[in-house]
Design a binder for this molecule. Sequence first.
Ligand SMILES: *[C@@H]1O[C@H](CO)[C@@H](O)[C@H](O)[C@H]1NC(C)=O
Ligand SMILES: *[C@@H]1O[C@H](CO)[C@@H](O)[C@H](O)[C@H]1NC(C)=O
Ligand SMILES: *[C@@H]1O[C@H](CO)[C@@H](O)[C@H](O)[C@H]1NC(C)=O
Ligand SMILES: *[C@@H]1O[C@H](CO)[C@@H](O)[C@H](O)[C@H]1NC(C)=O
Ligand SMILES: *[C@@H]1O[C@H](CO)[C@@H](O)[C@H](O)[C@H]1NC(C)=O
Ligand SMILES: *[C@@H]1O[C@H](CO)[C@@H](O)[C@H](O)[C@H]1NC(C)=O
Ligand SMILES: *[C@@H]1O[C@H](CO)[C@@H](O)[C@H](O)[C@H]1NC(C)=O
Ligand SMILES: CC(=O)N[C@H]1CO[C@H](CO)[C@@H](O)[C@@H]1O
Length: 558
Amino acid sequence: MALVSLAVVYFGVAVAALSPKAISIPPSEYFIGDDGRWSTFWVTLGTPRQSVQLLPGTSATASNIPWVIQPEGCTGSNANITDCASDRGGLFARNQSTSWSTDTPGKNDLYSLATYEESILGLYGTAYYGFDNIQLGPVGSGVPIIEKQLIAAYESNDWFVGYLGLSPYGFNFTTIDPPIPSLIGNLVNQSAIPGPSWGYTAGAAYLETPVYGSLTLGGYDKARIDSSNTLHDVPFGPDISRDLVVQLLSITYDSEGTTLLSTEPISIFINSMVTELWLPVTVCQQFEKAFNLTYNDTASLYLIDDFVHATLAAHNPTFQFKLSSPSNISGPLVSISIPYAALDLTASAPLYPSGSRYFPLKQAQNSTQYTLGRAFLQAAYVIADYDKQSFSIAQALFPMDWKAVDLVTIGGSPAPGLSRAAIAGVAVGGAAILIFLAMVAVWLIRKRRRRQQTHTSAVTAGETNGTLDAAEEHYNDKHDSHELKGSPAQHYGSKHDSYELRGSPAPQYDPRGSLLSELSADGRYQHRGSARYELAGTPVNEVPGSSTIFELRETGER
Ligand SMILES: *[C@@H]1O[C@H](CO)[C@@H](O)[C@H](O)[C@H]1NC(C)=O
Ligand SMILES: *[C@@H]1O[C@H](CO)[C@@H](O)[C@H](O)[C@H]1NC(C)=O
Ligand SMILES: *[C@@H]1O[C@H](CO)[C@@H](O)[C@H](O)[C@H]1NC(C)=O
Ligand SMILES: *[C@@H]1O[C@H](CO)[C@@H](O)[C@H](O)[C@H]1NC(C)=O
Ligand SMILES: *[C@@H]1O[C@H](CO)[C@@H](O)[C@H](O)[C@H]1NC(C)=O
Ligand SMILES: *[C@@H]1O[C@H](CO)[C@@H](O)[C@H](O)[C@H]1NC(C)=O
Ligand SMILES: *[C@@H]1O[C@H](CO)[C@@H](O)[C@H](O)[C@H]1NC(C)=O
Ligand SMILES: CC(=O)N[C@H]1CO[C@H](CO)[C@@H](O)[C@@H]1O
């Protein structure tokens, strides 16, 4: 029986070891930016290690690998910015890292950054791509080092602070096949996180006691969401690069009774790689009227002077964004409240060299530009699950003790590092050992009973049944406890379910590879080239100050 217990314990431990948990990336405890104050996260990379602060990037297409600022990002027109390097969250000098390698991706050439949605808003950049080791969080945060992560080193002011890409989709270089794994893909492959999912809220620098952003990989932080004000399981948008799409039903504000700012529901994309709220022109005009805002064409910002700020601060409106799933407009809602203080942002050099307050609103020329940027994510918490191809959005909470996380793991499928065959082997082997041991137990008990029978010959039927029942019960007990210990049976069961899903035409992709190969099998995606973005095969020459055109190459059948 000791053997049985041992087998059960071994089995439980083996399967528990296969199930990584959600991890929380600690915030840097800094707020930086030229267009507001944004809570950053440390990343160390290279040999010797260089530390930089990055903002989580939620853009499915642009944001799958780390984007770090190269030293050239503080030369040229930025040379005049005092403390440029620290303003940008630190610089990464790839020529000072002995482990930086450009062997495969594009040697030492400059490529367009793989933006798609961002370019529609006029944001561009170019980068040098290479591999280096990288660790999330400060040194010693416990997140494993990724030895060979594709990294983009860029300088564009369109993204003044670098990004920590959260998209699990692989990076398809035209010249390299197969796609290069994303950061999340590598973490999943290393069993550092249970699956391709994350939870993120941008933090609230504007609060009297500022609250840092919160980033969880492989799950989310329950302590940061208002579970009574959550919109669950919104399916990803049909366009792979525009996945986090909600239906914006209305915007109201509550300073002097509830006033409607927007009446026409629109589909709008949530993207942390954009700062502002890009709303229809008619909605912007209602904001202008209600709050005496004036768009400054020279600065391309709604600059706020002291007078307007004083008026706004006196009214101190709280805006309510009512959102639903685009697939069920009359279904469940979430109402995200954003106080004016969260939208009272400061533009500084290089965005607006003399410095000014501004209101993070932009006039969208058409529906492809509708975007809720990072300013919105100060009040909202997003949970994205790429296995289920859906996301949830909740009112963010700001607990005083921001270190007290309450992590919820999403998925928890066995480590992909072990092959499915190996996992099946462990599961089947474990079950076989248990069944075998149980049979041995039953056989031993029977044998003992037979011996008792030969010795006493006075065994009643009742006693016989009792003995057998006990043996069976014993087996069942063991079986139950084996299911409870780390629930290996259920665990395997859920894996099995997802196996079956893989066979179905539901959207699937390999988090460690690219989604591209899966797309052709699935007519659901009406991608318009965005999913199949590819770097221009030829390097581009960067002209300082000029924008670089990102080349898309339509590669395929739908
Ligand atoms: C590294 O690159 C910088 C420019 O980013 C350059 O000024 C410096 O000389 C280079 N150092 C070495 C050792 O090549
Ligand atoms: C830097 O500032 C100086 C003086 O303010 C100015 O003359 C110069 O043009 C500036 N350089 C750049 C690149 O902006
Ligand atoms: C709007 O703001 C300007 C200053 O920018 C001020 O002169 C004007 O009186 C304000 N209008 C209203 C209606 O508050
Ligand atoms: C608009 O911004 C420019 C600087 O970008 C400034 O010189 C100008 O005074 C601003 N206009 C108004 C009306 O505030
Ligand atoms: C839409 O939401 C309502 C209310 O929750 C629900 O009853 C209905 O089944 C949903 N419809 C679809 C198509 O999901
Ligand atoms: C939407 O507007 C942007 C900016 O004016 C433009 O680049 C883009 O082509 C437009 N898209 C459509 C579908 O009209
Ligand atoms: C996952 O990691 C293993 C090594 O641990 C590697 O051989 C494999 O290619 C990786 N898969 C992907 C898709 O990155
Ligand atoms: C998975 C996938 O679609 N990879 C593609 C990446 O790009 C190269 C070059 O165009 C294709 O050959 C691959 O099929």
